[in-house]
Design a protein around this ligand. Structure first.
Ligand code: HGY
Ligand code: MN
Ligand code: MN
Length: 405
């Protein structure tokens, strides 16, 4: 077991929370490339240097803390949702930092650290790790816009002076991401750890319905081409069409809507909205895409609305590496016997992308009340420390697997 120091780890987690602290509970506002995100990344780079690692930013804004030679990579992301919790992503990055320090202090095989950029998808879906993986070319990513219309290229300019070369994935033996569960199961069962078996797939696109902007007092209902009414009809019809196709674990969300021009006395001329769906089956994700496109086309046609689909973003479902899962399971059984489980992840993680570059595993800590993507997100500090100890126990097992491979 690597000699981790839970106090040092918790102190760093709280220090990271200071960047973008929301003033409401422990929440943070640290979206990718905001001033708070950039300041947090520079602070993390300093902590990496103090830990004997070489900090390196790539062009996407991913921050690596590199150990010399072949190493195990541990990390997650340090950007947040527009209203985020203090642990989503930050936990895995700071756990990586503590493991790297402990490995160095113990003279064990080295650990490198990463904080991926824009995991929360201000511009895409796990943007930074998708660029690192190679499936999202940087020039294509640069043209993506956030909900306010800012391109990634414009945002990246703020860190252009720090951008270095791509880090070669071949230097890492594997990737481990510790994360909060963000769901209710561990907390409800009073368990301390989850060994992730796989991560669901996701599809995400922006849809635009265009009608006729007009006066809300003088335009008779039957003559309106109201973009919001089109969106409302689409949403209702979609639920009916999905009913025969989805499983109990399928989810879909319209999480962002922009009505134009957005005034109580104007019939909205345009509705731009996000349409996201997630499932563990690739075939079902594809079938849902067909239903989304057909339903939107049908509604647009019936109501005389224009229809545009944005780029289709997404990640396919992936499985975690069996050997690394076994190392985490053996460690959990030693550290918190009978208080852990195997479980799938319904949230997306950078580990999805990284699984195409090297073996990956994920460890979950419980989320109090199953709340996340909210300022109220939290985890008992005892549970955070237990998760850290599970990792400290598992990492030498993973290193031994690499040597044996
Ligand atoms: O949305 C997600 O699943 C992740 O938190 N980015
Ligand atoms: Mn996350
Ligand atoms: Mn998140």
């Amino acid at each position: 077991m690597l000699p981790v120091q839970p106090d040092r780890f918790l102190a760093d987690l709280h220090a990271l929370r200071g960047f973008g602290a929301a003033g409401t509970g422990k929440g943070v506002v640290r979206p990718a490339y905001s001033d708070a995100d950039i300041a947090a990344r520079k602070w993390l780079a300093g902590r990496m240097q103090e830990a004997g690692l070489e900090p390196r930013f790539d062009a996407a804004g991913n921050l690596f803390g590199l150990a010399e030679g072949r190493s195990l990579l541990i990390g997650s992301h340090s950007d947040s949702q527009p209203e985020g919790g203090w642990l989503d992503g930050a936990l895995g990055v700071v756990a990586g930092l503590e493991l790297a320090r402990a490995a160095r202090e113990a003279g064990a095989q080295p650990v490198s650290v990463v904080s991926f950029q824009d995991e929360e998808g201000r511009w895409g879906v796990t943007t930074g790790s998708a660029i690192w993986r190679g499936t999202l070319p940087l020039d294509e990513a640069d043209r993506l816009t956030d909900d306010a219309g800012m391109t990634l290229a414009e945002a990246r300019a703020a860190m252009a002076d720090l951008a270095g070369d791509r880090v070669d994935p071949a230097r890492f033996s594997g990737f481990v991401e510790m994360h909060i569960e963000q769901g209710p199961w561990l907390d409800q069962a009073g368990e301390a750890a989850g060994v992730v078996t796989g991560i669901v797939g996701i599809r995400d696109m922006r849809i635009t319905l265009t009608g006729q902007q007009n006066h809300a007092g003088t335009t008779p209902m039957h003559l309106r081409r109201d973009a919001f009414q089109g969106l409302a009809a689409f949403n209702a019809l979609l639920a009916e069409r999905f009913a025969g196709v989805v499983s109990e674990t399928t989810v879909w969300t319209i999480g962002h809507v922009a009505l134009s021009p957005g005034a109580s006395s104007i019939v909205p001329g345009r509705a731009v909205f996000s349409m996201q769906w997630r499932d563990g089956s690739l075939a079902r994700l594809d079938e849902m895409e067909r239903i989304v496109r057909d339903t939107a086309a049908e509604v647009a046609e019936a109501r005389g609305l224009g229809l545009e689909f944005g780029p289709m973003l997404g990640l396919d479902p992936v499985q975690m590496d069996a050997g690394m899962q076994a190392a985490l399971a053996a460690a959990a059984e030693e550290v918190c016997p009978g208080r852990w489980r195997h479980m799938p992840s319904g949230a997306l993680h950078d580990a999805s992308n990284v699984s195409h570059l090297m073996p990956v595993a994920m460890l979950f800590a419980p989320s109090i009340g199953g709340i996340s993507h909210d300022f109220a997100e939290d985890t008992a500090e005892d549970d955070l420390a237990t998760g850290l100890r599970v990792l400290a126990n598992a990492v030498p097992r993973m290193m031994a697997q690499d040597g044996a491979a």
